[in-house]
Ligand binder design. Sequence first.
Ligand SMILES: *[C@@H]1O[C@H](CO)[C@@H](O)[C@H](O)[C@H]1NC(C)=O
Ligand SMILES: *[C@@H]1O[C@H](CO)[C@@H](O)[C@H](O)[C@H]1NC(C)=O
Ligand SMILES: *[C@@H]1O[C@H](CO)[C@@H](O)[C@H](O)[C@H]1NC(C)=O
Ligand SMILES: *[C@@H]1O[C@H](CO)[C@@H](O)[C@H](O)[C@H]1NC(C)=O
Ligand SMILES: *[C@@H]1O[C@H](CO)[C@@H](O)[C@H](O)[C@H]1NC(C)=O
Length: 505
Amino acid sequence: METFISAQKMTKRAPPLQLFKAIVWLVVFTTVVITMVTLFTARLGTSRSMQVQRRAMPTYLFRQRSDFVEKDKFTSPNCTARTKLALTKTHKTGGTTLMQIFHRYAYLHNLSVVLPTVTHPGRMNLFYLHGLIPKNYLPPQSKAHGYDMLIYHTKYNQENYTKLLGKDAVFITILREPLSHLKSQFNFFNLAEKFKLTGPQPLFQFLQDPGMYDHGRTGSHGTKSPMSRDLGMSRTVLDDITNSIDTLRPGEPPNASVLATIETFIAKISKEMDLVMITDYYDESLVMLKRLMCWELRDILYFKMLSFSYETKTENIPPTLVENHRKWDIVDYHLYEHFNRTFWKRVKELGDDFRAETAHFKTVHFSVLKHCTIDNPLNKGVLVIPESRWNPSFTVTYEFCTLLKYGQLCYMSLLYDRNLRYTIRKKPNPGSKSRVVREYSPHCALCETLATDCTMCTKISQDCTLNEYITHLFLEKQLSHFDTSLSNNRRTINGQNQEEFRADG
Ligand SMILES: *[C@@H]1O[C@H](CO)[C@@H](O)[C@H](O)[C@H]1NC(C)=O
Ligand SMILES: *[C@@H]1O[C@H](CO)[C@@H](O)[C@H](O)[C@H]1NC(C)=O
Ligand SMILES: *[C@@H]1O[C@H](CO)[C@@H](O)[C@H](O)[C@H]1NC(C)=O
Ligand SMILES: *[C@@H]1O[C@H](CO)[C@@H](O)[C@H](O)[C@H]1NC(C)=O
Ligand SMILES: *[C@@H]1O[C@H](CO)[C@@H](O)[C@H](O)[C@H]1NC(C)=O
């Protein structure tokens, strides 16, 4: 009885106690938020680099600290932008985001990407599964100019790449720390289910004995040195290596001929690749890319694609299991460690200016993302990025934000659309337009009202939003009947209006 009463008293007292707790939490929370906001705005204020500017506002209002002007002056590097490149897009390494940078660059500069001939959703992997053979890709946009970029999943082969792109193409690839790579594969491809791992910690279970679950899978689901496979290591060589490693007693070093094979492979990649980017140091890698290609800072801005948070990402894996993974995935570990080492050696050689440029890029990138998303969902204003040592002043327009966020399939469709318009030799049968029965889509309805060539509108309606399509038609100058006052007011990527853009060529 006594205990009952006190329990009752407690429950009676509980609400005010909880209320008090809630108030304390609210106060703490509000303080934290206010502090964060204050710090954040102070940071933006002092960084002095970004201001969202409504169109009419003159820039000089923001140029107060004239003492920094000399230091912030942009001197154009003495080089011409390169446009021919081949990305060996390893799986699950942040390659999709990189591909989007190349998509946007190609799209804006009217470059010719090696495009798969099919338009179904699996087209992204057409070259990877069936090879880089002529019947799988469209002809280049211009026969005389040839191809500029190869950016979809392929198995790396120097000869084939050079044949397609010419001798002066830049070769790029990207690597990721192998354990973090495995975790990402596990999550993205649901390997636990594919490998029939039923325990509570499937990744740990897998690492007890990887060979028991993965019977030499290839492609995106393979866990046995998948990055090296994408980079062209043959299956038999890889199997020989892992078989030899398998026979080692704990602590015994791999035999010399195995190590020599790995070293030879690494030396080959090192000689043939112009840049090996590292996923774990993404922004540094991009600044290196910018310098290598002689591109502008705005060319390497990106909107992160296919990035997920998942439980195992932060899970600590016991050392014995990591050791098992090192044995199973031995070539990738060697590959990664080599290129991470040379990457940082290069960073060191590039010195303070490189570090400062990377920091600057991160700040600009952050403010562009903010402008294109949270800060300004309708993007009515234009963000002006002032000149710095590394970039001329540029504007982030509504169209630029849209292009930053196009999905990969949307870019593929739009590039396909453009390719068809430039390469189709046969004049379309005059009567055919009326006979084509299309599924109704707002994209086609819009296109047929405003533009002349709507061959791809049904396909595009599956891959792009209506807004993305309008931006495309606008940029492609396809909007022949478009209200001129409207189109003159819309700004292009460069912040010029349509007339200035045309005059620019
Ligand atoms: C730029 O490079 C070219 C060729 O390498 C050279 O002739 C020229 O003098 C350089 N210009 C400047 C301003 O450094
Ligand atoms: C390279 O090209 C040849 C001939 O087109 C083809 O048979 C081979 O599969 C290609 N290699 C790769 C790795 O795609
Ligand atoms: C784009 O490239 C094609 C050929 O590749 C060319 O015919 C066309 O004029 C170019 N368009 C623009 C806007 O530069
Ligand atoms: C190393 O391993 C390879 C492949 O298993 C084998 O052919 C070779 O004889 C070994 N070499 C030595 C020195 O043990
Ligand atoms: C890459 O190399 C740097 C510099 O040597 C090192 O600090 C870093 O831990 C390495 N990164 C990984 C993920 O191993």
